[in-house]
Design a protein around this ligand. Structure first.
Ligand SMILES: Cc1ncc(COP(=O)(O)O)c(C=O)c1O
Length: 445
């Protein structure tokens, strides 16, 4: 067996299912080679997305950089493609910081956010010139400690929040409207160990209203002008975070760029320099280029006659499916009439539903389904629950590459330890028979 996933006997019979392809490789070929379930990344789509995003902004404001939000999907191959395209890294933990460094991202091209940064990582970040955005007063104290240990001032940015939506993301940073943010700028200036050099604001996720971004950049520009006028710091960058929707039909990347770059070009005269515009998209870049391939395990009906299509991957692999309606397509383009169904996963949980109310052509055990837009907060949010997690495969034209191999039982058990009194004790079942004498095939699971 290629991997520890429960394999479908019927799979082989349908191994080369004619129909849909990712770039130049049919989904049937992908399954025959790598099994099911399977995350599939289109390299061309990923490169196209980041290029289009960057050019929408740079054509209006050349001093724009994208610091790709690692947590959205930090499979190394995905990050590496985006870095090849010029993206910086936005990280929110020591692990992500080490990940970006291991991929060769220079310190000054890393933006370090997040509300919990260990002092040791802050020290490392300061040594490497990483751009740290402080989230709270405690972190400012830690950064002062870091500056003391390095015996030099440390440049920092601060996270700012403001009321931009009905449910503002006010958990992060210092509030603008109440004057808290400006007050903190004054404190940083007074500290002598810290130098204020930027502002960061992330207003939420799936923000489809570009006016939110216009108001956000105007708020930060205003704050930056006040800070410079009062001699509290010199603002080198304004960072508007992520939140851009993945389906760029509405709003388009251009619409976002217009809303942000318009005020930047018009209102930056109060500042000493043209600030760098940093953007931290995650979903907008990686959602669409990744699909999740699953295979039908069974087709059944509820007592009310509703069709249920049971597949071999569920919300363990795509937790966002609980909240969002992902497109689900049949792997082969059936000419026959479609029927409405719910696609449910293989977890032992009633709410393991990948997609309700979807029209599908007739499918049977072994048929392939493709869940689209599966790249954002899927692999990084996936849980190892009941099943090992599947491989991630890159398609580049007609070539395919493994970006992450599927988990095996030994991977899952590698971190477990058995204390001596458990390692030596005979494993005894409830009926008093030792495991060695148990004949059930499930006894070793
Ligand atoms: C600070 C920060 N930047 C960027 C992002 C990426 O957001 P999105 O994937 O919505 O673009 C997030 C996500 O929550 C975030 O917290």
């Amino acid at each position: 067996m290629k991997r520890t996933q429960e394999s479908l006997p019927a799979q082989r019979a349908h191994a080369v299912e004619a129909g849909r392809a990712i770039e130049g490789v049919s989904v049937g070929t992908l399954r025959a080679k790598y099994g099911s379930p399977l995350y599939i990344v289109s390299e061309a789509a990923l490169r196209r997305n980041i290029r289009r995003f960057l050019s929408a902004f740079r054509s209006r404001y050349p001093e724009t950089v994208v610091a790709y939000s690692y947590k959205t999907n930090y499979v190394s191959g995905i990050c590496a493609i985006l870095h090849q395209e010029g993206a910086w890294a936005e990280v929110v933990s020591g692990f992500e910081l080490e990940h970006a460094r291991a991929l060769g991202v220079p310190g000054p091209q890393i933006v370090y956010n997040g509300p919990h940064k260990l002092v040791e990582y802050l020290l490392e970040a300061a040594r490497q010139g990483v751009r740290v955005n402080a989230d709270h007063q405690e972190e400012l104290s830690h950064l002062e400690e870091v500056a003391k240990r390095l015996a030099r001032p440390v440049k920092i940015g601060i996270r700012v929040n403001m009321k931009l939506t009905d449910t503002p993301w006010d958990k992060f940073g210092f509030n603008l409207e109440s004057g808290q943010a400006l007050e903190v700028c004054g404190r940083i200036h007074a500290s002598k160990r810290l130098r204020l050099s930027g502002f960061h604001l992330h207003a939420g996720t799936r923000l489809a209203d570009v006016e939110i971004y216009r108001a956000a950049i105007e708020g930060l520009l205003e704050l930056a002008s006040t800070v410079e006028r009062e001699g509290l710091g010199e603002i080198e960058y304004l960072d508007l975070g992520g939140g851009f929707v993945s389906d760029n039909a509405a709003p388009s990347y251009d619409a976002y760029a217009e809303a942000i770059c318009g005020p930047l070009n018009a209102r930056r005269e109060g500042l000493r320099r043209r600030p760098l515009l940093i953007l931290e998209p995650g979903r907008a870049i990686v959602a669409a280029p990744v699909s999740l391939l699953v295979s039908v395990v069974a087709v059944k009906r509820t007592p009310e006659g509703r069709k249920l299509v049971v597949v071999d991957g569920g919300v363990n692999l795509l937790p966002a499916a609980r909240r969002f309606r992902h497109d689900v397509l049949a792997g082969s383009r059936g000419a026959a009439h479609a029927e409405n169904a719910d696609v449910v996963g293989a977890l032992c949980m009633q709410d393991d539903v990948l997609r309700r109310d979807v029209w599908l052509p007739p499918v049977r055990r072994g048929s392939i389904l493709i869940v689209r837009h599966a790249g954002a907060y899927s692999i990084s949010h996936s849980i190892q629950f009941i099943y090992p997690r599947p491989p991630v495969v890159l398609v580049r034209g007609k070539e395919t590459y493994v970006l992450r191999r599927g988990e095996r039982t030994e991977d899952l058990l590698r971190l477990d330890e058995l204390p001596p009194h458990l390692a030596t004790a005979p494993a005894v079942r409830g009926d008093g028979r030792s495991r060695r004498t148990a004949s059930s095939p499930g006894a070793r699971r």
